[in-house]
Design a protein around this ligand. Sequence first.
Ligand code: ZN
Length: 262
Amino acid sequence: MTTKKITKVSGGEDTAPQKPTFVPTAEAKAQAGKFRMYGILLWILAIVAEIVAMVILFKKDPEVALSTGKRIVLIVFLLIDLVLLIAGSFFWKKANRFDPASKRNELKFLFQNQLGVGVAVIAFLPVVILAFIKKEYLVGAIAALFMIGGGAASADYKSPSVEEYSAQTSRVEELTGGNNVYWTKSGTKYHIYEDCPHINTNRTDEIFNGTVAQARALKNITELCKTCENRAMKEKGLTNGVETQPETAAPDEGTKSESEGQ
Ligand SMILES: [Zn+2]
């Protein structure tokens, strides 16, 4: 006990009852920023390729068919457009794994994760319309096909979210007391134990070790290994399904029931 006056500084309050929210590290943020820049740059180049194709089409007389050579040049530019679009979307989706959006704002979440689909429309719809106006039906059909294919390749089917990262990190922390997981180059799950039979095999010669967020960002691994989860629960004295609170429970126990999006 001290007789000195204790002044509680604002901001230093115990924030434990609040659900821990995932915050990307400065490094992850920087990585995400870099990948977003690559993505946007590639998308801009895709639109430049589209503009070149449009210029060729624009100059064309709708009543006179294009020469085969010109048509091939057109299709080549559409192909370049497609490749750049998909490459841009690849980096964009990668960036979102380093710095995911929050589901709290549904519209922003959808926009950030599916932006590539919108870019696919921008990168192809104008050229589709112009091709049909100019009666270049084959080119128009190819461009429409590229728009659909490029859009499908640009969509994010496993959109990462802050909430998911938070819940998964809390789960591992709750089970192990730390945020430390293992994964392999070709695996699809992250593991709590480095000697888990799924990764400790003859086929594996390298095991990666890091946080849940790193497993997600670097390898796009979205799931915790069930074998590891069950083993950790057993070791912690937790029974499957109904969880009894062990004596050494982490202070964030109880946040689990509030966690959403799971
Ligand atoms: Zn495992």
